[in-house]
Design a protein around this ligand. Structure first.
Ligand code: KIV
Length: 279
């Protein structure tokens, strides 16, 4: 007869999903939030198994997956395709999807429709939008439909042609003041978190301290409530990109190149397939 402990050991271990409420709890407890970008099933499966808290289907897919120079060209349907692939892989992480350029700015009805389309067609858990007061109508409409919204302040790559460079933002008092006001506004509107990209560490610390919702930094120092990196940068798949904030944990470009060179050599020399690798 099976004992109670047998039942326990055979029972499937339930995975506790991360929600926006989990993230609030983590901030309250002083536990840092880990976030990474993901765009496809296989990588998302690895990141989720590793225990990442949040996966961002970032519009940086436009750069690292599609090879565009900026994030502007990626479409809503392309973002949904990436989000669907990530969602299929994930058991634990909260999945946030970027609303792409042109899908929410200046038209709150369009913003609502874009967010609803992402949620309906991908099964994602939340959306992220770049900007502060100038997009508040869009944020209000999306939140009113029950869709969790993450903000994004500081360097906002969808506005690259307005700024002209990818340098550190809000170094001057006026821009820093606007950023602080925007952060408070996003919290007041009901955003569940805010990405702070490439701003002085002191400003990020001040903003994080002033909010109840978590901030997630990228190039914003270690006082933000969490950190995010583009996974291709962390893994060294992208080359010749060395911003000060980036820590590379692997040099996959070189490792993969080496493996493929080895494979090519084996094919040419007829070493592959060997006698045990055929039927
Ligand atoms: O699209 C993206 O990868 C992002 C991160 C840099 C935060 O928005």
């Amino acid at each position: 007869m099976a004992s109670k402990s047998d039942d326990m050991s055979t029972a499937k271990k339930e995975v506790k999903r991360i929600t926006v409420h989990t993230l609030h709890g983590m901030k309250a407890q002083g536990e840092k939030i880990s976030m990474l970008t993901a765009y496809d099933f296989s990588m998302a499966k690895i990141f989720d198994a590793a225990g990442i808290d949040v996966l961002l289907v970032g519009d940086s897919a436009s750069n690292v997956m599609a090879g565009h120079e900026t994030t502007l060209p990626i479409t809503l349907d392309q973002m949904i395709y990436h989000a669907q692939s990530v969602i299929r892989a994930v058991k634990r992480a909260l999945v946030v999807v970027d609303l792409p350029f042109g899908s929410y700015q200046g038209n709150s009805t369009k913003a609502l429709n874009s967010a609803v389309k992402i949620m309906k067609e991908s099964g994602a858990h939340a959306v992220k939008l770049e900007g502060g007061s100038e997009i508040q109508e869009s944020i209000i409409r999306i939140l009113s439909a029950g869709v969790p919204v993450m903000g994004h302040l500081g360097l906002t790559p969808q506005s690259i042609y307005k700024f002209g460079t990818y340098t550190v933002r809000a170094k001057e008092e006026e821009e820093a003041k606007k950023l602080k006001e925007d952060a408070l506004l996003l919290e007041e509107l009901g955003c569940f978190g805010i990405v702070l990209e490439k701003i002085p560490a002191k400003l990020a610390a001040e903003v994080s301290e002033s909010l109840k919702i978590p901030t997630i930094g990228i190039g914003a120092g270690n006082k933000a409530d969490g950190q995010v990196l583009v996974s291709h940068d962390l893994l060294g798949i992208t080359k010749d990109f060395h911003p000060r904030f980036l820590r590379r944990y692997m040099e996959l470009f070189d490792e993969i190149k080496g493996a493929v060179e080895h494979y090519i050599k084996d094919v040419k020399s007829m070493d592959f397939p060997g006698p045990k690798e055929q039927y």
